[in-house]
Write a protein that binds this ligand. Structure first.
Ligand code: FES
Length: 105
């Protein structure tokens, strides 16, 4: 299992999202209620980066057509998105945030 350091904990405030690269994969890293989560960055509906959307009530809203995904589970929450977005394991060690490489899952 390969963990990739992607950010420092202080780089993200609550309800913020940041694009990170995990072994060549485009990942969106979120902070919600002091915890960190990660999903694929590409929306499952069309070509849009979730890291350019905004976080509200534990969901990420896509910037292109305003589809929403649950940040913790990746579940598609409302039209037009119908396919869940893939989530990724995150761990925090001190001030460092790691995401598990999608290649090792
Ligand atoms: Fe994300 Fe359409 S591209 S909702």
């Amino acid at each position: 299992m390969e963990w990739i350091k992607v950010a420092g904990a202080q780089e993200l405030g609550d309800d913020e999202v940041k694009a990170v690269n995990v072994a060549g994969h485009r990942i969106a890293l979120y902070r919600c209620d002091g915890e960190f989560f990660a999903t694929d960055n590409m929306c499952t509906h069309a070509e849009a980066l979730l890291s350019e959307g905004y976080v509200e009530d534990g969901c990420i809203e896509c910037p292109l057509h305003q589809g929403r995904f649950d940040i913790r589970t990746g579940k598609a929450m409302c039209a037009p998105v119908t396919v869940d977005v893939r989530t990724h394991a995150v761990k925090q060690e001190g001030d460092d945030i790691y995401v598990r490489s999608p290649d090792s899952q």
